[in-house]
Design a protein around this ligand. Structure first.
Ligand code: CAA
Length: 368
């Protein structure tokens, strides 16, 4: 999987990532090709069109794709997360109907509709409601920061069916283009600009009873389980972006001359490269350790959060150093490090901020 992902990322993504970013162009064709390579369902059973290659292969593939194009990687990550969540919690009918659409690339994308305008970290405070009406559910409310929400063939939408807090929440499957589903504002983001991020609103959106994903009022657990796995993906993404920046910095340092020598000869530059390489290697190993635990069927929430926290923060630092190595050229779009610097920032925010990761780590430690 890694070799497949690397070959595709270097040949078909890295050369156009800058242009996709400048034009904020959704990588539709590239995503279709990724699906053909099995990368839209890396940890999904073959029965549903997945590669069934496991969480370690997924993390390795994600590192490679993110190294080529971070925006394509985040779209791929959410598609994989939704497909895996369906496989874990969906009925046979739901899995057969939707998962092959995602893994084959027939759906342009799939989305994860949890966050709302007033609550991101505090997911259990969501207000979107689902009211039972005969054989239907009627959804009202809004979502924000929804990756690929305008492109999705399927969106998992979390809504309140019961009382306050985490115990009153259920998960639903909403098809793209459903009547009552409205796509709102397209966010003009700092980075990962070729992925789309939109707000969604639901106005008396009517769903059949069979659209409930998992047991009623156990939707919060569905979201948390999905995010635990998703965090390994974001961690891998950060490692990939950081590695791209480090490689660009090493290349530039060997070419750029100052005071009669390549700047790679100077200790100031060498130490920056050495620190980034060491930290990214540690981040890579933390990511793979969390993925290996998941693959072994063991708990991995603690290790997944540690990996995401560490990888995001160290990859941000690696991108910052890469800009510094480039000097003025790091601050303009002639070199890719300016994009890596913008792209990597969100890895410390989405799928749980660094502060939420610390909260989860402390919670798990104190529970032990
Ligand atoms: N499975 C089942 N149940 C779980 C669970 C899991 N994996 N994790 C937690 N729960 C349950 C707990 O057992 C608890 O139930 P009880 O009250 O019965 O014990 C309940 O859920 C609440 O859990 P906690 O008490 O641990 O909650 P907390 O307040 O300590 O922490 C939180 C909750 C970790 C902060 C959580 O709200 C969270 O993860 N927030 C961040 C949300 C997030 O990551 N959003 C990202 C948006 S998606 C995105 O970015 C995708 C994208 O498009 C790129």
């Amino acid at each position: 999987m890694r070799e497949t992902a690397r070959a595709f990322a270097q040949k078909s993504l890295a050369p156009i990532a800058g242009q996709l970013d400048r034009e904020s162009r959704f990588p539709r064709e590239q995503l279709r090709e990724l699906a053909e390579l099995g990368l839209m369902g890396v940890n999904v059973p073959e029965k549903y069109g997945g590669a069934e290659a496991g969480p370690v292969a997924y993390a390795l593939a994600m590192m490679e794709i993110a190294q080529g194009c971070a925006a394509t990687a985040v779209t791929m990550a959410v598609n994989n997360m939704v497909a895996e969540t369906l496989c874990r919690f969906g009925s046979e009918e739901q899995k057969a109907r939707y998962v092959p659409e995602i893994t084959s690339g027939r759906f342009e994308a799939a989305s994860f509709g949890l966050s709302e305008p007033h609550c991101g970290s505090d997911a259990a405070a969501l207000r979107t409601s689902a009211r039972r009406d005969g054989d239907s559910w009627v959804i009202n409310g809004s979502k924000q920061w929804i990756t690929s929400g305008d492109r999705a063939g399927l969106i998992i939408v979390w809504a309140r069916t019961g009382g306050n807090g985490s115990k009153g929440i259920s998960a639903f499957l909403v098809e793209g283009g459903a009547r009552g589903l409205h796509v709102g504002r397209h966010e003009d983001k700092m980075g990962v600009r070729a992925s789309t991020t939109v707000s969604l609103s639901f106005e008396d959106l009517r769903l059949p009873a069979g659209a409930l994903l998992g047991p009623q009022e156990q939707g919060f657990g569905v979201a948390m389980t999905a995010l635990e796995g998703g965090r390994i993906g974001v961690s891998a993404q950060a490692v990939g972006i950081g590695t791209a920046a480090l490689e660009a910095a090493a290349r530039y340092a060997q070419q750029r001359q100052a005071f009669g020598r390549p700047i790679a000869d100077y200790q100031a530059i060498r130490f920056m490269l050495a620190d980034s390489a060491t930290e990214l290697e540690a981040a890579r190993l933390l990511t793979l350790r969390a993925a290996a635990l998941k693959e072994a069927g063991r708990p991995f929430a603690l290790e997944g959060s540690m990996a995401k926290l560490y990888s995001a923060e160290k990859a941000i630092k690696a991108c910052d150093r890469a800009v510094q190595v480039h000097g003025g050229y790091g601050y303009i779009d002639e070199f890719p490090v300016e994009r890596h610097y913008r792209d990597v920032r969100v890895t410390a925010i989405y799928e749980g901020t660094s502060e939420i990761q610390r909260h989860v780590i402390a919670r798990e430690l104190l529970r032990e």
